[in-house]
Unconditional design. Structure first.
Length: 191
């Protein structure tokens, strides 16, 4: 059997697939912490990312043999239930949010939302990881929580680029529509 035949039958990810998998894992890891930091989530914001976070915590806790991860998972689930209850109360009051809105950042320490996402939230994870390590609770849990500095930063950066790309596409579409309308009015010549 040649190596090309093995790849035809199996999963052979390209760069886009690899990046998507990396993003899903980073977002899942980030959602292990975002419910602690943010409030006012959209109705579906905690859905798939929350499920990914839950599975990731179970897998890491099991394979890395971190029994303290179960306590973290229980605490996380209580916070998630509180966030879901808050979202449901807001919906009953008539508050309208995008269904995948990833919550309001806490701007008490810093008024700039992007600094909170890029600096404060990741640093709080790193600090929490150091505190867990110094307290002697669990080295594995400390590393898991401390790595939030990476996942939160990566997800914030990718999300910012996605928003920039969407905004650029909207601007390009507006320019195209304006030019097309001008062409039909006879103000400019057809290409």
């Amino acid at each position: 059997m040649s190596s090309t035949q093995g790849n035809e039958n199996g999963f052979n990810p390209n760069m886009k697939d690899s990046f998507s998998i990396l993003y899903i894992l980073a977002k899942g890891h980030a959602f292990c912490f975002l419910p602690f930091f943010r409030r006012n989530f959209g109705s579906e914001a905690l859905g798939w990312s929350g499920l990914t976070a839950f599975i990731l915590m179970l897998v890491v806790g099991s394979f890395a043999q971190i029994p303290e991860m179960m306590g973290f998972i229980c605490l996380w689930m209580v916070v998630m239930l509180g966030q879901r209850a808050s979202t449901m109360r807001a919906m009953r009051r008539g508050v309208v949010r995008h269904s995948r809105y990833e919550g309001d950042v806490d701007t008490k320490l810093c008024k700039d939302r992007s600094k909170v996402k890029f600096v404060i939230e990741p640093l709080v994870c790193a600090l929490a990881g150091v505190c867990i390590e110094l307290s002697g609770i669990s080295h594995g849990l400390a590393v898991f929580v401390g790595m939030g500095i990476v996942s939160l930063s990566v997800v914030a950066s990718i999300d910012r680029q996605l928003v920039h790309k969407r905004l650029q596409a909207m601007r390009d579409a507006a320019i195209e529509q304006s030019n097309l309308a001008a062409m039909f009015r006879g103000e400019i010549e057809e290409p």
